[in-house]
Design a protein around this ligand. Sequence first.
Ligand code: PEP
Ligand code: MG
Length: 582
Amino acid sequence: MKELRGIPASPGIAVAPAFVLVDDADGSVPDYGIREEDVADEWRRLLAAFERARTEIIELRDKAREEMGEEKGAIFDTHLLMMDDPDVIDKLEASLKDTLRNVEQVILQVERDLVEKLGRLDEAMFRERAADIRDVVSRVLGHLLQKERFRLGDLVDECVIVARDVLPSDLMTMNRKAVKGIVLEAGGKTSHSAILARAFEIPAVLGLGSAAREIRSGTKLAVDGFSGVVTVSPDESSVTAFLSKGARFAARERDLLAVAFLPAETPDGRRVLVKANIEVPDEAEGALRHGADGVGLFRSEFLFLGRAGGPPDEDEQYAAYRRVVETMAGRPVTIRTLDIGGDKALPELAELEERNPLLGWRAIRFCLSRKDVFHAQLRAILRASVHGEVRIMFPMISGAAELDEALDALGEAKDELAAAGLAFDPAVKVGIMIEVPSAAMTADILARHSDFFSIGTNDLIQYSVAVDRGNERVAYLHQPFHPAVLRFVRFTIDSAHAAGIPAGMCGEMASDPYAAALLLGLGLDEFSMSSVSIPEVRRLVRSISMERARALAEEALSLGSPLEIDRLLRERLDPEVGALLR
Ligand code: PEP
Ligand code: MG
């Protein structure tokens, strides 16, 4: 029995035998020299395999579009564009002539070169692109070697997939009844695989690194998608413990869902809203199932990531926003404008190499200097506003001048639509994320120009404690209960209320029930989080009086360290929250 630790990427517990997907580039590909006079035949062999692969990809794309919507199909458009890239074709041809080796080896070499070139991209983008390249290469190799590519759709027995990475096309076509869990060497929370695992509600642990190579097919695994731990060959008593943890979570989910549609109201009558954070339109249905009072954060940049051929145009964006708004059936939907750059690099839009990307040309700064991109998005959001209650939210605002400029751009987008005779809600609410310390400290000023605030603690903690949120070496410093963070949060909420506008939070902190009690006491009006956490926070709100939450918040803010605050909350809230989590 051995424990491997990775990144918890999709919640849930799975116990099943491993199914190890073997890499095509594991050395089993033939390697031989060819004569110069064979080059033309070898090239024809490659083109024929390309043709068969292309037909297959088109079929997959159409299936993905039909079943999962436009943006999932776009993954395969990326693959088609890669195959048609004249640079890639030229490289293959030149390499075939230069090396005089069989085309399978030529392809593997070009794959290695392309992946090496990606090294300049940030980690998440690198993984995504590398997975796409591997997907295409593996498909073409399958046709060249005339061996049937193993299809995850053909899996019959229950299993946990273990692989270096799982290709988007494999995830799209896999038999979801058989796949109980996913364990990958590669990937993080924003990779295609993580997004799709969450969309399919399959427990997943990613980013295990080479540790995953110890796992053999058929070995029993216990995957804990909550803690990110994979237990290899768990003994019988551990399996029983895992299964009962799984059953407890399932029962708790059912139990929690019983309150999902009751108002998030404290016993003494304080009503708050608990909303969902979503990344892709598909997630809106899950948000509803978990009882979301609306979408508090639609991270619109995910419509732009992982696709080739430039950003989605206004009509494509409009269709995506409209779909979410209509699915939410009258509940408010807050669409955050493009939060690109920093840790979410988009090479097509931002080619700049920056020394400090997290402090650089990102989010609203990028949009304000790329008005073409910004206007198209604003028009798309405005057009979607006739289909329900839409709110617009600007990310990374650092001061009033920036906000004024963004509001001017919105005014221009409205004028453009009016001139074109296109309908929109003229009174659409416009708010900002408070995620930069300078914004938190000037919340009283910014409140004069905003209809609402949403505190982004993921970034606010990063910038106020000076800790890169993606660096696991300093992760211990990313502390929501740091007194500095709590003071920023309190000042933001108080400033919002003094100006008569609501204050929400869409950072991870809002989904922690202990923190939620504290935030309730500080007067937070809206909590937004990934859908699975909604029922738990809703129940917490329904179980604690405002009077008690206020006293708790006051006591917590008088303490000097995150540890003391954490201890206080755990001690005081254990009867409610502890019982929920055990
Ligand atoms: C945040 O920073 O807290 C936030 C919600 O935005 P993101 O995680 O997308 O940066
Ligand atoms: Mg942020």
